[in-house]
Design a protein around this ligand. Sequence first.
Ligand code: BTN
Length: 273
Amino acid sequence: MERIIRTPVATPLSEERLAAVMAGMKLGFPVRYFPEIDSTNLQAWRLAGEGAPEGTTVVADTQIRGRGRLNRSWVSPPGANIYASVVLRPRIDPAAAPQLTLLAGVAVAELLSGRLPTGVKIKWPNDILIAGKKVCGILSEMRATAAAIDFIILGIGINVNMDREDFEPSLQETATSLKIAAGASFDRLKVISALFSCLEKWYWIFLARGFPGVREAWLRHADIVGRPIRVVFKKDAQTGVVTGIDADGTLVMKDTEGIVRRVIAGDIHLLKE
Ligand code: BTN
């Protein structure tokens, strides 16, 4: 996998430059670049609906309607971060689609860990944290029938060259960037191409071996087994200890009454041990 090269001189993003670094890749090519877009996920969805092949990728410099999980927005200022969405057309059971989000988390965690001075961790299901603060979010959206997936849009947002004061005050305590973690700027073009190499590697492992091929790496990067958590979904909240992750990617916890619960949606909060 290509190393991320930290450099004070960033190469501006453009479709030509992105196409050059992604040429030959199965995911990340063909690539469409937009200086400004509503949301790369929405644009990739439109392209997929028109028949764009697997691997088609949308990258933007800024999003005016960047979208997060649970109908949240994703703050997407220009010139600093990565906003990318890729079209996937896996021939898998639609019920297995959430596993692709976990796979993407492994790819991002692998990309960042070892290249940053502080620990990179996956927070179930789809956040990547550095020193407890969010650096990356992943949003996957699917068009499918009950029997087959038409396409999945896997959208990845990575905070790259944001300084602390660039985040709005409400995010300064909970969000971080590669630059804050490393103390130096990163070349977004190189980070994107390394990201797609990593993503492609884990996608093929997943297609060949299913989630069991990804599970161990996920657990290694997540460091969550044995940790007390609180899961909040809508008005429901459960407290317990994580016992593992199923072969199908479902988080499993034992609640305070000793009942084993499978967590399929919601936000988790790590509790102090
Ligand atoms: C989350 O953590 O809530 C998920 C955030 C996902 C953000 C990315 S940025 C690229 C892609 N386009 C979007 O509108 N959202 C995803």
